[in-house]
Design a protein around this ligand. Structure first.
Ligand SMILES: Cc1cc2nc3c(=O)[nH]c(=O)nc-3n(C[C@H](O)[C@H](O)[C@H](O)COP(=O)(O)OP(=O)(O)OC[C@H]3O[C@@H](n4cnc5c(N)ncnc54)[C@H](O)[C@@H]3O)c2cc1C
Length: 393
C-alpha cells in the first residue's frame, strides 16, 4: 500500500461491529464502494467480541434494541442455511429469566409492556408462578420474573465473526493491520487517518467500530464520545448437579449464570457506584469477585450451585456508554462523514448484524431503511439528553 491510499469507507475496528458494517455494505450496495477495515490485531485477542458471553435477548427497555435483537436472531438462524456448516453460529434458544425484587418490579413490568408491544414473546411470572416453573429457584425477595424461552439464548461469537470475514476476504475487502493513532480533519469532515506505522489513509467516510476504544478514537478527531472500557469477568464453572435446561438467569444482585456445553458461565455487573473505568490493557480476571460476591449470591438463588468447581475465567471490557448505557449510532453532527457505531454497554454482539445493516444503509442512502435507529443519534450526547436502557446485564 502506498501513502496515497484512499477508500470510500474506512472502518476503524474489524471485530463484530466493524465486520458487520463491511459485510452489510457489500450486501446493500453490491460492492460499489471501495472499503477497507483498519484493525490493530487481526486475531482480535482483546476485542470485546472475543471475550463476550455471546448471549441474545429481547428483554430490553428501548424498542429499537428489541428490534435489533429480533433481526439479530433472524440473522443467526439464517446463517447456517446461507453458508457451509462451519458457519453454523451454534445458536441455542435456552431463554433468559430476568428476576426482579420489589424495587425492580415496576421497571420489569414497564419493560415487559414495551417488549409485548414489539411482539417479543416474553412471559411475565409472579413469584408463585416462578416457584412452580423453576423448582430449583429460591424465590425469597423475588417479586417477579420475565422469561423469553422461544426468542432468547446464546451462540458462538467467533463463528459470527468468521462468517463475516470469510465473505469479506472472498470479496477482497482489505484488513489493514495497524493502529490508528491520528485523524486529520478539514472544516466539516474527516479527511484521513494516520497509522502507527506511518501510513496515511484517505477516507470518504470513517466508521468508528472501536468497541471499548471508541471514546479514544473519537478523541483523535477532537470529538467527545462518552464510551469507555468497563471490566467484566466471566467464570466457567463445573456443577454436575445443575438443573437441565437452565436458562440464562439474571438476578437482581447483578449476577447471572447460563449453561455452556457441560459447564456453566457466570458473571457479575456491579452497581453503578462501584463500576469504574478500566485500564484498556488490564484483562486480568478479577478472581476475588467469585468467592466474595458471585458464588454466595448464586448459591443463595440456585442452591445446587453451592457445590461447584471453577474451571476457568477470563476478563473483557464492556463498551460502556456512561451517559445512558445505550448505543450511539450515526453521523457526528460536526463531522458528518464520521459515523459512530458504539456504546453498546454489553449487548453489542447480538446487535452487530442489525447495526451493520443500519450503518450500511446510512452510508448508501443517507437514511435508515430497515430499522430506524435515529433515537441513537449523537445529538443526545451533545444535548445531555440520556436515552436510558434499563435492562443492562
Ligand atoms: C464479558 C463480556 C460479556 C459480554 N456479553 C455479551 C452478550 O452476552 N451479548 C452481547 O450481545 N454482547 C455482549 N458483550 C458485549 C459485546 O461483546 C460488545 O458490545 C461487542 O463485541 C462490541 O463489538 P465491537 O466490534 O464494537 O468491539 P470490539 O469487539 O471490542 O472490537 C473493536 C476492535 O477495534 C480495534 N481497535 C480499537 N481501537 C483501534 C485503533 N485505534 N486502531 C485500530 N483498531 C482499533 C480493536 O483491536 C478491536 O478488535 C459482552 C462483552 C463482554 C466484555
Amino acid at each position: 500500500m502506498n501513502d496515497a491510499a484512499h477508500y470510500d469507507v474506512v472502518i476503524a475496528g474489524g471485530a463484530a461491529i466493524g465486520a458487520a458494517v463491511a459485510w452489510q455494505l457489500l450486501a446493500v450496495d453490491g460492492g460499489a464502494k471501495k472499503i477497507a477495515v483498519i484493525e490493530r490485531d487481526r486475531m482480535f485477542r482483546d476485542a470485546s467480541t472475543s471475550r463476550s458471553a455471546a448471549s441474545i435477548r429481547q428483554q430490553f427497555s428501548t424498542p429499537e434494541n428489541i428490534r435489533l435483537s429480533q433481526y439479530g436472531l433472524e440473522f443467526l438462524a439464517g446463517m447456517a442455511e446461507r453458508q457451509s456448516p462451519q458457519a453454523d453460529p451454534g445458536l441455542i434458544l435456552g431463554g433468559y429469566l430476568i428476576l426482579a425484587s420489589q424495587t425492580g418490579l415496576a421497571a420489569l413490568q414497564d419493560n415487559h409492556r414495551v417488549q409485548t408491544a414489539e411482539g417479543a414473546p416474553i412471559r411475565f411470572l409472579d413469584a408463585r408462578a416462578l416457584a412452580k416453573s423453576f423448582p430449583w429457584l429460591v424465590c425469597d425477595a423475588i417479586a417477579a420474573g420475565a422469561f423469553g424461552e422461544a426468542c432468547e439464548g446464546w451462540f458462538d461469537a467467533d463463528a459470527l465473526l468468521q462468517f463475516f470475514w470469510r465473505d469479506l476476504r472472498a470479496a477482497g475487502v482489505p484488513l489493514i493491520e495497524a493502529e490508528i493513532t491520528a485523524i486529520d480533519t478539514a472544516p466539516g469532515r474527516v479527511t484521513n487517518v494516520r497509522l502507527a506505522d506511518g501510513r496515511n489513509i484517505g477516507c470518504g467516510a470513517l466508521v468508528n467500530a472501536c468497541g471499548p476504544g471508541a471514546g479514544a478514537l473519537a478523541a483523535l478527531a477532537g470529538r467527545l464520545l462518552p464510551v469507555e472500557p468497563r471490566k467484566r469477568t466471566v467464570f466457567v464453572v463445573d456443577c454436575p448437579a445443575a438443573p437441565d435446561g437452565l436458562p440464562l438467569v439474571a438476578d437482581p444482585s447483578g449476577i447471572w449464570v447460563r449453561p455452556e456445553g457441560r459447564y456453566h458461565l457466570a458473571g457479575y455487573s456491579p452497581p453503578a457506584a462501584h463500576d469504574q473505568t478500566a485500564d484498556p490493557h488490564d484483562l486480568e480476571p478479577d478472581h476475588g469477585l467469585f468467592e466474595e460476591t458471585l458464588w454466595p449470591a448464586l448459591a443463595e438463588r440456585i442452591p445446587v450451585f453451592e457445590t461447584l468447581k471453577v474451571i476457568n475465567a477470563w476478563a473483557g471490557h464492556y463498551d460502556f456508554n456512561t451517559l445512558d448505557q445505550n448505543a450511539v449510532i450515526g453521523p457526528d453532527p460536526e463531522l458528518p462523514n464520521f459515523i459512530y457505531a458504539n456504546g453498546f454497554s454489553g449487548h453489542g454482539l447480538q446487535h452487530a448484524p442489525g447495526v451493520g445493516r443500519a450503518v450500511a444503509e446510512w452510508l448508501t442512502f443517507g437514511a435508515y431503511r430497515s430499522i430506524d435507529l435515529s433515537v441513537f443519534a449523537y445529538d443526545r450526547i451533545a444535548q445531555n439528553r440520556p436515552l436510558i436502557e434499563r435492562a443492562v446485564i
